[in-house]
Ligand binder design. Sequence first.
Ligand SMILES: [Zn+2]
Length: 330
Amino acid sequence: MHALDLHFTHQSKASLTFRAPDSSLRTAFWASLILLAGAAPMQAVLPSAPTQAAVMRMFDAWRAPVPPRHLLANIYYVGASGVSSFLITTPEGHILLDTGFDDTVPIIREGVTQLGFKLTDIKIIISSHAHIDHVGGHALMQKLTGARIYASAGDARLLASGGTDDFIPFPRETIVYAPVTVDHVVADGEHVTLGNVTLTAHLTPGHTRGATTWTMDAVVDGALRRIVFFSSTTINAGTRLLHNPLYPEIVREFETTLTRLKALPCDIFFAPHGGQFGMAEKIARLDRDETPNPFIDPDGWRNLVTRAERTFRDQLAAERAAERNSGPDR
Ligand SMILES: [Zn+2]
């Protein structure tokens, strides 16, 4: 099971189908939803937003400390069990991608030190997207390091609001975090350079309005590899694609994002949750000294994007069918 399937999805009929590895099962499931939709309002058949208790259970499963470790090139994992945090080191200081929850910060601090780096050498903090499980630690980490926080315009607004200015239909108390003032707003295609590392920002909105996929190049196994730090394309349970008054552009933006992700060259990919990039399995293979490096996985990337697109199209089709069947009074 991939964390993509868990990420902000509720324990519902729909999350069961997201977990089904077999596409015919998935199709059959959505077909049954579409049939059901003829007899029931849309809310009854599409997943609804989770309760506070369900969200907290999911988050709590992600908070455990795990040992920090070198992944490849100058990239290290310093996150918790279920929320990623990547340290990208350079001779001129380091970049930190995602800070997890506020209580992930001590795990990151401990990990960075254990790896032999100085926390105060973190100069730039960037993020995959401005949800509590990835930027909840930003304010505290900035206080500890003095690093500058970079984010896209869409996520900068969400960060400034401490997570409240979001279209996510989750209970408010589960999504709020310490507000963050962004020091630098990154534009689409902007290069962020520190020392000998250059990361490129690719705006991939939909999961949040400012969701950002980052790319860089590094030599792995003797060749230059294209590395992608995926943002997220999960449609959180309860989020509607059609007629969403809080995010009217959501369908158009997801379409653009999927097109961009399909066109992105990728040899190696990482993601906000370990399960989304097969971290545990790849690390186990790395520990067996497998060659080529198990993180070189262009097929895994293509599969991730294919699954993301299928999930999007399935929900869009189900919502359209429900709308057709609910008649002109709706
Ligand atoms: Zn998220």
